[in-house]
Ligand binder design. Structure first.
Ligand code: THU
Length: 147
C-alpha cells in the first residue's frame, strides 16, 4: 500500500459529525483504562465511506499504552485501507479531545488531503493541527534530490 494518496475526498461529501461522535462514544465505552481512568474514543470517516473507530488500551507497563488513534489506524488497514477524511475524538465525558502530538503525526500519515478534525476549537484541517508536518512526502523529496 502506498503511503500517500492523490485521491481528494469528494467536495460533495457532507460530514455527519453527530453520527461520527456516536461511534466515538461507543468506542470510548470500550476503553481499557485501569490506570489513568481516562477513556478515549475516536471515530473516522474513510475515503470510501467506511466509518472506523478505536479506543485506548493501557498496560501495567505504563509506557506501552496504546492511544485510541493506534487502534483506529490498525482498523483502517485491517478493514480495507484508504485514507482518513474526517476524524473526531472524545473523552470520558463525551467532550471533544485534541489528539496528542504523537497521534497527530499518526493521523497525518494516513490522512486524505484536507482531512478534517473536530477539535476543541471547531473543525480544523490536519495541516492546521500539524503545521509544516514531516511525512511521507519529505522522504520522497529527499530521495528524488539524491538522484
Ligand atoms: N490518549 C489517547 O487515547 N489519545 C490521545 O490522543 C490522548 C491520550 C489516552 C492515552 C491514555 O490511555 C489516556 O489517554 C491518558 O493519557
Amino acid at each position: 500500500m502506498t503511503p500517500e494518496s492523490t485521491a481528494q475526498p469528494p467536495a460533495s461529501v457532507e460530514i455527519d459529525w453527530d453520527a461520527l461522535k456516536v461511534v466515538a462514544l461507543e468506542a470510548m465505552a470500550r476503553a481499557y483504562v485501569p490506570y489513568s481512568k481516562f477513556p478515549v474514543g475516536v471515530a473516522a470517516l474513510v475515503s470510501d465511506g467506511r466509518v472506523i473507530s478505536g479506543c485506548n488500551v493501557e498496560n501495567a507497563s505504563y509506557g506501552l499504552t496504546l492511544c485510541a488513534e493506534c487502534a483506529l489506524v490498525s482498523s483502517l488497514h485491517m478493514t480495507g485501507g484508504g485514507h482518513l477524511v474526517a476524524f473526531t475524538c472524545v473523552d470520558g465525558k463525551g467532550n471533544a479531545l485534541m489528539p496528542c502530538g504523537r497521534c497527530r503525526q499518526l493521523l497525518y500519515e494516513h490522512s486524505a488531503p484536507g482531512m478534517l478534525l473536530q477539535t476543541v476549537s471547531g473543525v480544523k484541517t490536519i495541516d492546521e493541527v500539524l503545521p509544516d508536518a514531516f511525512g511521507p512526502r519529505t522522504l520522497v523529496e529527499f530521495a528524488e534530490e539524491a538522484l
